[in-house]
Structures are given as C-alpha cells and as structure tokens.
Design a protein around this ligand. Structure first.
Ligand SMILES: [Cu+2]
Length: 131
C-alpha cells in the first residue's frame, strides 16, 4: 500500500515536471523583433531569457535592450558561430531586478548568429536571425 502511494506521488511529480518544461518552451516560441527605433526588447527572469530567438534587419545597427528581472547578473553577447567563440559584441554583466541596459550591435550581413548570457551559457541562449 505504501509503495502504491509512493509510486502515485512520483508519477504526479514526473507529470508536473514535464508540463512545466513544455510551457516554458512554448513561451519562448515568439521571436523578439526590432521596433521602429531598431530596438529589440528582451528580459531575463529565473535564469532564462524571455525569448530564444531574435530577428533584426541586415546592414543596420540595432540595440538589444535587456531588462534583468533577476538579482543575478546577466548580459547579452552576440556571436558569429554556434560554438560561441567568435564574439561580435559582449554586453556588460549587470544585476537586477528591474534594471535595463542597452547593448549596441553593429550592422551585420544577413545570416544566422547566436546570443547568450556569458554567465549562464547553458540556459540563456538563442539564435539571432539577420535578414
Ligand atoms: Cu545570465
């Protein structure tokens, strides 16, 4: 009887973990775009960026505006390669919560680039499509 209850509890926990993961990835499905001032506004919360993809116009400098809603420091760095070794720009790490800083990104040719928080590279990363 005790084993049955334990099994039921474990299964419930497993299901809860799965649905939490699904909703987290679904919320990151919409790509952040540049606004009319060429600013892409994103945020960081619970060691995650608000999006896993950004879209910017080719040949035009733009700004990534990061609002850090964590007390931990975050930044945005943009790289040419998926291995995150060839950096184009690295923003400064800064603590939140409710602190916003701009990262200036130079004009880039069309292509796929990669962004991450250099302090949390495993959990805070995504693609930047320049088109
Ligand atoms: Cu971070």
């Amino acid at each position: 009887m005790t084993n049955k209850i334990l099994t039921a509890v474990l299964m419930t926990l497993a299901l809860a973990a799965c649905s939490a993961g699904a909703s987290a990835s679904a919320s990151g499905g919409q790509c952040a775009q540049t606004d009319s001032a060429n600013v892409i506004a994103i945020s960081a919360k619970n060691l995650r960026f608000s999006t896993s993809c950004m879209v910017a116009p080719a040949g035009t400098a733009f700004t990534v505006r990061l609002t850090n809603n964590d007390s931990e420091p975050h930044d945005v760095a943009v790289f040419r390669d998926a291995g995150y070794s060839d950096a184009i720009v690295k923003g400064d790490l800064f603590n939140g919560p409710n602190v916003t800083k701009d990262i200036a990104v130079p004009a880039l040719p069309a292509g796929t680039y990669y962004f991450q928080c250099i302090l949390h590279p495993a959990d805070m990363k995504g693609t930047l499509t320049v088109q």
